[in-house]
Ligand binder design. Structure first.
Ligand SMILES: Cc1cc2nc3c(=O)[nH]c(=O)nc-3n(C[C@H](O)[C@H](O)[C@H](O)COP(=O)(O)OP(=O)(O)OC[C@H]3O[C@@H](n4cnc5c(N)ncnc54)[C@H](O)[C@@H]3O)c2cc1C
Length: 370
């Protein structure tokens, strides 16, 4: 099979990329490992996005859905700067309808996990697995929008039933056998969302002890945005009210199973015994799919080197990060990494800042001779 462009991943960025190419009558194929578009987003579907609706949707996609999808729910929301949807709504009301538009639907293959990408004689060979069978497609360009979710930064090795990397969901936790103490590891918004869910669980199970472990000091000013500030204030309130016990400077050095629980030991010798662990310590990109393609990345952030200085939170802690397609350069061949994956280990990727990249890249693809 041949396709001029292959897009890996049908998340918000892969789907926006697909829409931009479709609008320009460009041929493409989206390969998505999940059985639904937005399947990484569905992993945290219960979480509210902290950027408002107008900063979540792409203008062209929004116009496309408004024009062609009669039941497009988001079109009726007027207060877009004060509406915050969940991950589930982002998929159900935005990505799913987009994938069903005739302009796109035949160009998306679900349940197709890319396992290898090679480049020889100006042509990519992409191998993917669908229902246990390997398939190949050849293309001139590859757009890697496969995200980072699932490639978790490991801070603790533990038996898999004791450690979760997902964001705690009170509805799921209520169904499970009750545990008496839980540790949430991490200092970002994912950890804070876990704490929020676990405090709700604590309301139903008052004996539940919630421990929050951070490597340095807890930060309550991660991103300058009103809804994230609200989350940070809520969590700070939990600590003040002692619903959550904060353990600062708890750099985990060792984790030992002990019966049904786990003993975590910090570098300073402090120990803590818990029944369950939510390790919300971020993700990193996985480039193991590339067989004979060399890319240049910043060694520390694992992002394109030109992007590093623009996204370093020490330099820019706002939601407004301005960068361009050239900043994403990782190789001279037409392999492009966009979306969450392009930010490497950095947690400050925002959809709105990336939509112009999908437009620029679609123009570049159109300009490539077929
Ligand atoms: C809890 C949470 C809250 C967030 N809130 C916001 C917010 O409020 N505002 C904001 O702007 N951003 C937010 N983000 C950041 C970011 O916008 C999202 O992570 C977004 O989903 C990134 O989109 P993406 O398309 O780059 O990657 P993803 O959504 O991760 O999509 C990647 C897709 O690629 C597929 N895939 C992966 N590997 C393969 C493979 N080998 N073969 C085929 N398919 C593959 C996956 O199944 C997935 O569907 C949030 C992130 C998280 C985790």
């Amino acid at each position: 099979m041949n396709s001029k462009t292959v897009i890996i991943g049908a998340g918000p960025i892969g789907m926006t990329m697909a829409a931009k190419l479709a609008i320009k009558n460009e041929q493409f194929l989206v390969l998505e490992q999940g059985n639904r578009v937005g399947s990484n987003v569905l992993e945290w579907g219960h979480v509210h996005l902290f950027t408002p609706l107008h900063a979540v949707v792409d203008t062209d996609v929004d116009a496309l859905l408004t024009k062609h999808f009669l039941k497009y729910k988001l079109k009726n929301i007027v207060q877009r700067s004060t509406t915050f949807i969940t991950g589930q709504e982002l998929v159900d009301d935005y990505l799913q309808p987009l994938s069903e538009l005739p302009l796109l639907q035949d160009s998306i293959t679900l349940g197709a996990r890319v396992i290898d990408i090679q480049y020889t004689d100006h042509q990519f060979t992409i191998t993917y697995e669908k229902e246990g069978t390997p398939h190949q497609v050849h293309s001139q360009a590859v757009i890697d929008a496969s995200g980072n979710w699932g490639h978790y930064n490991q801070v603790v090795t533990a038996a898999t039933d004791q450690i979760e990397h997902s964001i705690a969901d009170v509805e799921i936790e209520k169904q499970l056998p009750a545990y008496s103490s839980v540790a949430v590891i991490g200092n970002g918004h994912s950890a804070m969302n876990s704490l929020k869910s676990l405090v709700k669980l604590q309301a139903a199970q008052p004996s539940l002890a919630i421990h929050w472990l951070v490597r340095n000091n807890a930060k309550f000013n991660n991103v300058a945005h009103s809804n994230s500030k609200k989350l940070e204030d809520t969590v700070q309130g939990y600590v003040t009210e002692k619903l959550v016990q904060l353990h600062e400077h708890f750099a985990i050095q060792q984790s030992q199973p002990q019966g049904n629980s786990y003993v975590l030991t910090a570098a300073n010798g402090t120990t803590l015994e818990v029944d369950k662990i939510f390790a919300n310590t971020g993700c990193h990109p996985d480039y193991s799919l590339l067989t004979n393609i060399d890319i240049q990345l910043d060694a520390e952030f694992q992002c394109p080197t030109a992007l590093k200085t623009k996204i370093d939170p020490e330099v820019n802690s706002s939601c407004q990060i301005s960068y361009d397609l050239e900043d994403l350069h990782v190789t001279d061949i037409p392999y492009y990494v966009i979306g969450m994956k392009s930010f490497g280990k950095m947690p400050n990727f925002f959809l709105k800042n990336c939509y112009h990249i999908t437009e620029r890249l679609s123009e570049k693809i159109v300009a490539m001779s077929s």
